[in-house]
Ligand binder design. Structure first.
Ligand SMILES: [Zn+2]
Ligand SMILES: [Zn+2]
Length: 341
């Protein structure tokens, strides 16, 4: 079969490799669509693990099932989560599923950017979701990113009536806006440097859009909140500047959600004195567990969350290098997906 092998951001090759063999409690999935995620574009995060097959937002059809597989059948359309928690360790019993050791060790084999992938038993049992035939594979690629956003908003304890500010209107920034509306935020404010993204955020329910290069975000947030600041600020842009801005627009006692990692060696200066008196809570949220992927599927299925419009570019597996280049360089791009036809 063909698979996309990542050697570096500039060097992604299509190579032949054997179709994975499955065990009796595993399945083989023919990939139909797979999203490219912001984390797939973080060279510093990937280069020590290269060469590898990326792709953790896949959907496809089960083409082979082991003899002991009961819950799924050949022909089922599925989303398979690349990471699954053990559900029994110290982290898991405290609900910190994404910090579980098994979570980091598990992955689909060889990855989503291949013609076929094997779903190991734990991934199959805990976080493989059957998707209805009415549901497109393209939409199913958004289950994982939507799950990440649901987890972040839940960890941040979003409340009915909140004012939510989102910094960065990329795919996940826009999903945060749409979800904030579903969670009944009273007002959402989004900032981004790219107008096309802001217009898209508006389409997904943003009440106020701000281009911080030409407008004063802090003043706008203050004006919109009677001088108080946002109840919740979600930072989806991986820069220290974005985090500084986030702190400046967060109200006292509010929450700053750390959703995008910055490059290693970058630090945000925080004064414990200021933090103490402001009682701002800093809440990081990494990845998604099996709980939020299910909620994500339900929200998309119900039509409450229309994710399809977030897909701006589609490429075939053979053109995966172009897909990465587009995701990295095209300022108009939101979700870039790879199709296996
Ligand atoms: Zn992702
Ligand atoms: Zn665990």
């Amino acid at each position: 079969m063909k698979a996309a092998i990542y050697y570096s951001q500039q060097d992604i090759r299509i190579e032949e490799m054997p179709v994975p063999e499955i065990g009796e409690d595993e399945v083989l999935v023919e990939m139909k669509a797979c999203g490219i995620c912001g984390s797939d574009l973080m060279d510093w995060y990937l280069k020590n693990r290269a060469p590898l097959v990326l792709g953790h937002e896949p959907a496809g059809i089960i083409v082979k099932a082991g003899s002991k597989v009961k819950e799924f059948n050949v022909g089922d359309n599925v989303f398979a989560h690349h990471h699954v928690a053990c559900l029994t360790c110290h982290y898991c019993i405290h609900g910190d599923y994404t910090l579980c050791e098994q979570f980091h060790k598990t992955h689909i084999d060889p990855g989503g950017l291949a013609e076929y992938f094997r779903v190991p038993a734990p991934n199959l049992q805990i976080d493989t979701l059957r998707i209805p035939k009415t549901f497109s594979f393209e939409e199913a690629t958004l289950i994982e990113p939507v799950g990440c956003c649901i987890r972040a908003l839940k960890k941040s304890n979003i409340q009915v009536g909140n004012t939510v500010a989102v910094i960065g209107a990329g795919t996940t920034g826009i999903i945060h806006v749409a979800l904030s509306k579903i969670f009944e935020a009273a007002k959402t404010i989004v900032s981004d440097l790219i107008d096309h993204r802001l217009q898209m955020a508006r389409k997904f329910g943003a009440d106020i859009i701000v281009d911080p290069e030409n407008e004063d975000l802090e003043a706008i947030v203050k004006a919109e909140t009677d001088g108080v600041g946002a109840d919740l600020v979600v930072v989806t842009a991986p820069s220290i500047e974005a985090y500084k801005t986030g702190l400046s627009i967060c109200r006292k006692g509010g929450k700053l959600c750390v959703f995008a990692p910055t490059r290693p060696g970058k630090y945000l200066r925080i004064s414990p004195k200021e933090l103490f008196f402001s009682e701002i809570q800093i809440i990081p949220s990494y990845s998604t567990s099996h709980l939020e992927t299910r909620t994500a599927l339900e929200l998309i299925k119900s039509g409450k969350l229309k994710v399809k419009e977030l897909i701006t570019h589609r490429f075939t597996l053979a053109d995966v290098a172009k897909a990465f280049k587009t995701a990295l360089e095209n300022r108009e791009s939101l979700k870039v997906i790879v199709l296996n036809k």
